[in-house]
Design a protein around this ligand. Structure first.
Ligand code: SF4
Ligand code: SF4
Ligand code: SF4
Ligand code: FES
Length: 736
């Protein structure tokens, strides 16, 4: 035996063993990417370097042998720097999206590609569970979310983005129609948390905290839970029966919901803090913003959310026949379409820019127009004019578009001396909403008048009191922002209750350069949208406008997904190693060659743009299987892994044993799974045994929500059995 020291620890290793073997034997981690015990050492990736005392050069531990008295450091500054550079070089030549852009652009980081793919495969229950990992109210959010995910969807570069939001609503509706999924709850922790506000933020925090075993009570000032989803969104867009059902599921996780409880009247933040281990303030923004326009105080001038709330509560404000709505966002659309449904004959939307700059959802803008709403673009209220204290007309300043402002939209500027007057019975100001500051006097507010909350930890000026959502920092935003914040806040609160730190570092992921992606081979297929009620029917009723996707439509739409995110994301060794180092591959951008070739057969998919030329596939095919189906082709920067003469795998001697896929440390080689649409899923792998020709043989079985997705040969017997994946799969599907 050889005696050596690794990271200060005395280690013994067999004569002739490598430093890597010695370290692994002693439980010391050294990253490797081109090494596997099954094949000869190659020494290509440079990740396994270590520093040996007295030796000037760093050693590759996968090939350097141990010697008596060696003193090794596997984590010295020099070693870390060297690995970092090696990793940056590998990553700069690696062209792949670890995570799909749709997911990255969702403020709650919902796995859009995952659930869209599962819907395409008809796996609706799995899709719903995946969504509910991030959104507890998907049927509601699917109906109302302005879907930032779709803005980033790559399918727009072919023709139109995937209808991700409606697919979410479809999966959630399927669940609500059946026996709804209620997640498991961990054993009780004995910790109590009070949440003030039962809107999307408060309910989300409650749902995930309850699942962690905490005792959660939500206090809300209104008669029913739901916050702005209930009191700010009209029935025709989000039927409250849908919201009620989703809230009932949250309640089933053990959350206590208390209504008609008002902060400052029934309790204070401090009184709740005394009775609980933590308090989350999620009170929202319930005050309509003012336009500071002359005549705003006149009777008949209403705030947008006040108006919507009055209708939802069944006591609509008096609006008369001629109504003007000021604003261009979704609240303005909700207000104008509600006014139409209340019987107003002339409904105007006054907006100071043009249709192209309107922040409202395009569908809403179009549907409102179909219902008879008239847009007054490039106009801005100069004054609201009244008779006997009641509004009777608006003087509008005519505008034109000037240079772009900070938001990138062209700034509207007044056309001097040009005005217009329209007669109105009421005006609705839908230009934003604010926190009611009097409610939260106990907390420190920022210069905008919102609660100051730490952006990572959500802590406030009172220890143990956290704050999220519209009431904090930058103020009101869309519901999915509040939901994403609530999910992150749950982690912060749980860590606080357990006295541990929260990880705030954003782990590295690889992203493709959008401009280099070629979509020319994609067949154009229009986006599907659910059928809607006819304008002349819906403008008289508060019935839901959208009829939702049928199963066939949902599957067809979901099948348009381009599958942007990497299928190997959950088990990618390259990514795992990359995330250990603070890398910046951008600095080598353009210096490393990019390789593009794709090939697939029934079981294996090859994508050379993700290949790091570790050679494991080539060596395993040659040394272990003795098949030589693939090789390293070309030289230098032109080197590529491919079958001889760049033939498809199916035209080689490849027997689809899958060993190369198993050893590939990246998503360059992937084993397809047993569903028509391939989706990145957090599969659970287990080694299991089957009998092949009377012999016990090992296979790796991957399952997702109990369904067998892949069965991969895992020893000589199964690899050489000649059995197809279907035959192997059958052994399990028959048993499952
Ligand atoms: S192979 Fe790994 S690093 Fe590359 S895109 Fe896939 S998950 Fe990301
Ligand atoms: S095509 Fe699919 S995976 Fe790609 S961004 Fe769109 S929904 Fe996401
Ligand atoms: S395809 Fe082969 S050479 Fe490329 S990363 Fe995978 S195993 Fe390594
Ligand atoms: S060089 Fe040693 S593992 Fe790659």
């Amino acid at each position: 035996m050889v005696n050596l020291t690794i990271n200060g620890k005395a280690v013994q290793a067999a004569e002739g063993s490598t430093i890597l073997e010695a370290a692994r034997g002693a439980g010391i981690y050294i990253p490797t990417l081109c090494y596997d015990e099954a094949v000869e050492v190659y020494g290509a990736c440079g990740l396994c370097v270590v520093e040996a005392e007295g030796i000037p050069k760093l050693l590759r531990s996968c090939s350097a042998k141990v010697s008596e008295g060696m003193n090794i450091n596997t984590e010295s500054e020099r070693v870390v720097q060297s690995r970092k550079v090696a990793m940056e070089l590998l990553m700069s030549a690696h062209d792949g999206d670890c995570v799909a852009p749709c997911q990255l652009n969702c403020p709650a980081r919902t796995d859009c590609q995952g659930y869209v793919g599962l819907i395409a495969n008809g796996e609706y229950e799995s899709a719903l569970k995946l969504i509910k990992n991030k959104i507890p109210l998907p049927a509601s959010i699917g109906r109302v979310c302005p879907h930032p995910c779709e803005k980033a969807c790559r399918r727009k570069n072919v023709e139109e983005p995937i209808n991700i939001a409606q697919l979410k609503a479809f999966a959630a509706d399927m669940d609500l129609k059946a026996e709804s999924y209620v997640p498991d709850v961990k054993p009780a922790t004995g910790k109590k948390i009070a949440i003030i506000g039962g809107g999307p933020a408060g309910l989300t925090a409650a749902y995930y905290l309850a699942q962690l075993g905490h005792s959660v009570t939500v206090y809300d000032m209104m008669e029913k839970m739901g916050g702005m989803l209930r009191y700010g969104i009209p029935q025709y867009r989000l039927p409250k029966e849908v919201l009620d059902k989703e809230i009932a599921i949250i309640e089933k996780t053990g959350v206590k919901l208390l209504n008609n409880k008002k902060l400052g009247v029934d309790f204070t933040i401090k009184s709740l803090k005394e009775e609980n281990d933590a308090v989350i303030v999620a009170v929202g923004a319930w005050k309509s913003s003012s336009m500071r326009t002359k005549g705003e105080e006149l009777e008949g001038v209403y705030g947008g959310i006040d108006f919507l709330r009055s209708v939802i509560k069944g006591n609509p404000f008096e609006i008369g026949e001629k109504v003007a709505i000021c604003g261009g966002g979704n609240t303005a659309m909700d207000a104008c379409r509600t006014a139409v449904r209340l019987g107003a004959k002339e409904v105007y939307v006054v907006y100071r820019r043009t249709r192209n700059e309107m922040p409202a959802d395009e569908l809403e803008i179009n549907e409102a127009e179909e219902e008879g709403v008239v847009y007054k673009f490039l106009t801005n209220p100069l004054s609201f004019n009244g008779e006997n204290g009641k509004v009777s007309s608006i003087t509008l300043q005519i505008m034109e578009l000037g240079e772009p402002d900070a938001s990138g939209r062209r700034r509207p500027v007044p056309v001097e001396g040009k005005t217009e007057e329209i007669a109105v019975d009421s005006v609705i100001l839908a230009i934003g909403q604010k926190l009611v500051q009097e409610d939260v006097q106990e907390l420190e507010l920022n210069e905008r008048g919102n609660i100051t909350a730490d952006p990572d930890f959500f802590t406030t000026s009172i220890e143990g009191v956290f704050a999220i959502g519209d009431a904090t920092n930058r103020g009101a935003s869309i519901a999915i922002e509040a939901i994403g914040e609530a999910d992150r806040c749950v982690k912060a609160v749980d860590a606080y209750l357990n006295g541990i730190d929260v990880e705030t570092r954003i782990p590295y992921i690889s992203k493709r350069d959008e401009s280099t992606i070629d979509y020319s081979d994609r067949e154009k297929k229009s986006r599907l949208t659910p059928k809607v009620l006819a304008p002349e029917v819906r403008n008289k009723s508060f019935d839901e406008v959208s009829l939702g996707f049928t199963e066939e439509e949902a599957k067809e739409e979901a099948n348009r997904c381009l599958e942007c995110g990497c299928r190997e994301y959950y088990k990618c060794k390259l990514l795992n190693v990359a995330q250990r180092y603070d890398i910046n591959p951008e600095r080598f951008k353009g210096e490393m060659p990019q390789k593009y070739s794709r090939d697939e057969n029934a079981f294996i998919e090859r994508n050379t743009s993700k290949c790091i030329l570790c050679g494991l596939c080539v060596r395993s095919c040659r040394e272990v299987m003795d098949i030589h189906a693939i090789g390293l082709m070309g030289r230098g920067f032109k080197t590529d892994v491919s079958p001889a003469f760049a033939l498809p795998l199916d035209q080689t001697k490849c027997n689809n044993c899958g060993l190369c896929v198993q050893l590939c440390p990246t998503g360059s080689l992937t084993e397809k799974f047993n569903l028509p649409k391939q989706v990145p899923l957090d599969e659970q792998y287990s080694e299991e045994f089957v009998e092949i020709d009377g012999k016990k043989s090992s296979v790796l079985v991957s399952r997702y929500n109990g369904k067998v997705l892949r069965v991969i040969p895992n020893d000589e017997i199964s690899r050489n059995s000649g059995m197809t994946r279907e035959e192997l799969m059958w052994l399990f599907e028959g048993n499952d």
